[in-house]
Design a binder for this molecule. Sequence first.
Ligand SMILES: [Zn+2]
Length: 232
Amino acid sequence: MLNFGNKPTRQIKTVAQMVREQFLKVREANPQSPPLTQEQKEWLGQGPSRLPYPLAEPEPPSKTFEEALRGLRDEGFLASGKWNEQQHRANRQGADPRLIGKWNYRGDPSNPAGVRIEFVEPGWEQKMVRRMAKMGIPMFAHEVMRSGERQDQLKKAGKSKAGAGESPHQHGFAIDLIHSVKGWQLNDRQWALIGHQGKEIASAMGLDLEWGGDWKFYDPAHWEIKGWRSLL
Ligand SMILES: [Zn+2]
């Protein structure tokens, strides 16, 4: 059994990543492989992970938090298995374990099919996703690690202020958490509800997290470790 739990986790490779590598190896070895579908490309991290449906319409404002909660809940989606699948999409390789958790691998990493993952300690992400699920709200990490190329694209599109190298996503200190079905299309009260839960969990962990929903450049899906630049 290999125990990576106490090593600097910046070298950690998740089982999902090993499965992806294996998938690519098998494809390479087989010249008859059909071209990658869009879905496969996204799964391989060749683009941001997709939502299950075309982007939802923006949510109308909720008058109360009860109403906001009702709009967020989707027990059917949580039970469908798609929610579970979403949890494995984002590339987490090299991300801070306080965000993504720590784990052990059981088995031989050179044989991804035989590797089982075992959480040593959940990170903020797991605690948050579980708490939201308990409330009936399906969420997932849409993006954790990000390439410099994609960061530049986002800046050009006006979706981020940071260029290549300037985003905490490139250094593993940030995570974008979105609704499984409605994506980013939540109203302010719904985001506030999510923001409140996320802050409560971070504070219970003694983790100094900053929420993009508090920024002037409103980015409520975004969470980052405060002072991440000093950790580079
Ligand atoms: Zn972000």
